[in-house]
Design a protein around this ligand. Structure first.
Ligand SMILES: Cc1cc2nc3c(=O)[nH]c(=O)nc-3n(C[C@H](O)[C@H](O)[C@H](O)COP(=O)(O)OP(=O)(O)OC[C@H]3O[C@@H](n4cnc5c(N)ncnc54)[C@H](O)[C@@H]3O)c2cc1C
Length: 414
């Protein structure tokens, strides 16, 4: 039985039993290193290596890329990735490090690349041996994504790329980048083409990756400069000028509305800081029970209790809404819930981590690396990170515009 209450087909039931059995014997256990709150904040080489090993073992067991065809490194199954995800989450496994590759790179390459490129790149992407990043945003092209200025010029059988990408998560570890480039200045949308480009092998030879520091003090994202990088034509996805349509495949999967389910896993709490449990209303209740307030615990304060319950109710509502995504009969518009998902989850996460400030009081000014900080200082970090989450994958203001215009058919904003 799936999380959405659907009965498994015989193939799915057999696959679920395999996942459960394998996970019961092969859970990687407590991480020997401190893990960040999300794969997007990975900067520790040891943490990356440990997480890559976990992704590879789950891939080898058939839990990642299950719905991809066998010639591209998948299992050739149907509607089984969601089951693997449910079982990995239930088993509280660590998160998967190649988050951008799995969520955006893999489906885009699968639906738009030549067979030779798919067969070469997808197995190492799915196994996590190659980390991928996404080169969409530029200094002048964020919400206005079609305003790409990075230029790819055709020279013989290759393309020469020059330009500047920014906010590129995981570029410091990436072997490959999915990338939108301008190939014609004549037409804003039809002048875009889509490429997959080597990053790691081109460092110092046309590619420079520089870290950017976030509000949290972490890096995790970067700016990437291209200076005469030569890319073979076979790494162009779909037709010249069709980049915008290819980018829609990427964005649909980023928003959870694509044809392929993204492999997902998580829930493991790091032994040191329990960071992966930070961010849920349940963790807030634990924090309130452990925090003192006027001679009692913060959980005994009636005002805080009421606010905590409001967050629990929103979290529960979110969980049920999420289950509805998998039941077409309960959806009036295919994009409504996927578009709402990012808005609601990022704002709920922000309100939950803000509540931790009220519970911790003055102690919430103590940050990570301070031995006196409650919960290892992870709550203030989660609150500061939450601002980035409301911006990443399309700023929430812009998401609201899209929901208004495309789902509710409201008048277009100027
Ligand atoms: C943590 C993090 C990770 C990221 N990772 C990546 C990555 O890996 N790869 C990548 O390509 N990009 C990445 N991004 C970039 C992200 O996609 C952009 O930041 C986002 O699309 C917003 O673009 P911008 O920063 O240029 O802001 P702008 O587009 O300049 O927007 C600035 C403000 O104006 C508002 N605004 C703009 N247009 C409108 C409008 N029409 N109506 C109402 N309000 C509007 C926005 O909501 C925002 O508040 C990441 C961002 C963050 C925060």
């Amino acid at each position: 039985m799936s999380e959405a209450g659907k009965t498994d087909s015989p193939e799915q039931a057999e696959f679920r039993a395999h996942c459960r059995d394998w996970l019961s014997k092969n859970h990687p256990g407590t991480p020997p290193v401190s893990l960040p709150q999300s794969a997007l904040a990975l900067t520790d080489d040891d943490a990356l290596v440990w997480l890559q090993k976990w992704q590879k073992s789950a891939y080898d067991a058939g839990l990642i890329g299950c719905d991809y065809s066998k010639d591209c490194g998948g299992q050739g199954l149907t509607n089984c990735q969601a089951i693997a995800n449910e079982e990995m989450t239930r088993a509280k496994t660590p998160f998967l490090p190649n988050i951008i590759g799995l969520g955006m790179g893999a489906p885009t390459v699968y639906f738009h690349a030549q067979d030779e490129v798919k067969q070469k790149l997808l197995p190492r992407l799915l196994s996590g041996e190659d980390i991928w990043c996404q080169g969409f945003s530029e200094p002048g092209a964020g919400s206005d994504l079609a305003n790409q200025q990075t230029f790819a010029e055709k020279k013989g059988d290759s393309w020469v790329i020059n330009g500047h990408k920014v906010w590129t998560s995981l570029a410091h570890y990436a072997s490959w980048m999915i990338m939108l480039c301008r190939t014609s200045k004549e037409d804003k949308y039809n002048g875009l083409s889509y490429f997959v480009v080597p990053i790691k092998s081109a460092l110092g030879k046309g590619v420079t990756v520089r870290p950017l520091i976030k509000l949290t003090g972490e890096t995790g994202f970067n700016e990437v400069i291209f200076e005469d990088l030569v890319v073979e034509d076979k790494y162009r996805l779909d037709e010249v000028g069709a980049g915008w349509a290819v980018a829609m495949t990427t964005l649909a999967h980023e928003r959870g509305a694509g044809k392929l389910v993204t492999p997902a896993s998580g829930g493991l709490a790091s032994a040191e800081d329990k960071s992966s449990s930070i961010g849920s209303a349940n963790a807030l209740i634990r924090l309130a029970k452990a925090s003192s307030r006027n001679g009692k615990t913060a959980a005994d304060d009636p005002v805080l209790r009421d606010q905590l319950m409001q967050l629990m109710i929103r979290q529960e509502g979110f969980r049920h809404n999420r289950r509805r995504i998998g039941v077409p009969e309960l959806n009036d518009h295919p994009m409504r819930l996927p578009l709402q998902f990012k808005l609601v989850s990022s704002e709920l996460g922000q309100d939950i981590s803000h509540m931790a400030y009220k519970i911790q009081g003055a102690a919430s000014s103590l940050y990570v690396n301070d031995p006196n900080a409650p919960a290892g200082g992870q709550w203030p970090m989660a609150y500061m990170s939450s601002f980035g989450i409301t911006i990443a994958a399309g700023a929430n203001e812009v998401q609201r515009n899209i929901l208004g215009e495309r789902v509710l058919n409201m008048a277009k904003s100027k």
